[in-house]
Design a protein around this ligand. Sequence first.
Ligand code: SF4
Length: 429
Amino acid sequence: MQSRRPTRQVIVGDDRVGRVAIGGGLPGADGRPTTPAPVSVQTMTAGYTHDIDACVREIHKLAAAGADIVRVAVPEKKDTEALRHILPQVRVPIVADVHFHFQRALEAVEAGVHKIRLNPGNIQDKAQVVEVIRACKAKGLPIRVGVNEGSIIERKDKQKRMRELGTVFSEHKHGAMLAIMIAKLEEYLDIFYEEDFRDITISAKSMDASLVVDAYTEISRRFEHPLHLGVTHAGPRETGAIRSIAALSGLLVNGVGDTLRISYASDPVYEVEDGLELLYALGLRPRKGVDLIACPTCGRIQVDLFTLVQEVRKKLAAEVAVPMKVAVMGCIVNGPGEAEGADVAVFAGDRRGIIYVQGERVANVPEDQILAKLLEECLAFQARVLAGEAKLGEKKVEIIPPDPVGELGSGWEKVAAGQVQQVTIGRTD
Ligand code: SF4
């Protein structure tokens, strides 16, 4: 992992909904270096903003899923009018997404929104852009300048501009498009700089993961503004997840990216869940809730592990807030190793599960009791952690499975016969 690229810092929000910092590391208004903020997760409502109650419900749902910032589309005046009723009811910073009509940006600012997103591809009139900049400046609101491959340039000019700029990044697969994106950003940001406005985040999205990597990499070398990462129109979660993670993880491990939105053609809750999981996996955010480890199963499996894992995931997500590591393993081959490394673990045998808490065996139960018993042990362990009686990640014992473990290497017969024992070596407490 490379260290995060230092940027200016942008703050989104207010006293009421809380403030989310984006980026940081470069000096702030007081001349002292700002502390880089954790990478934040954004998403966007899928419903109509003017459907006030439904919009509020969706924002609550996304915030509960962990979204740091929620964006809403405001294509019509009735949408910006709705913002006046929506904003007082929500507890997360809201960004108004503005395309084509600069008046919507002015109305959204007036309604009390926390940030504006402008697309240089479809709000190009300098006087209009200046008007939006001045309105945001007067209220201390940041602006995201978001270029998208699909709307970066008027269609009639596209081929001509691509020919003109095609040699600038000739070493890149998408050199011409990259050049257009950067030229457009430079051109657009000059308007902001002329107004001495630097409260800016930048995005440069495409549905092509490799172009996204190239674009953000080049942009990070040229601009000091925080970067909002995303692969646009990534498709449904089934394919969009890989498309998005391929691009975003490559950038994040290289220290590029300060906030992100994973976009799917499905419920935006998944965007939040997967964005957070990406940051947890890379160690860029402290995990909230359970870190679930599960084996993929194989011919040794003796319980319905897929169903069990899904049930465990849902139950623990709802009831456990402490970031404990929980392992659900199909057999004795990898079970003991994960049981040692996890705070709470189960490894299955012949229609049974042996449950361990920090390496110590606490139960051996039939398959139909695994879920309830595992949940009970997780809640008891959580209570001990919260009371200061146990520490996360503290291994107490080592577990050695019986040898030989059985014909299939699964050890299930020995588990069924109650022969799998905990062997304690070098007890640490
Ligand atoms: S833990 Fe056992 S059942 Fe699961 S994948 Fe490994 S060997 Fe197969």
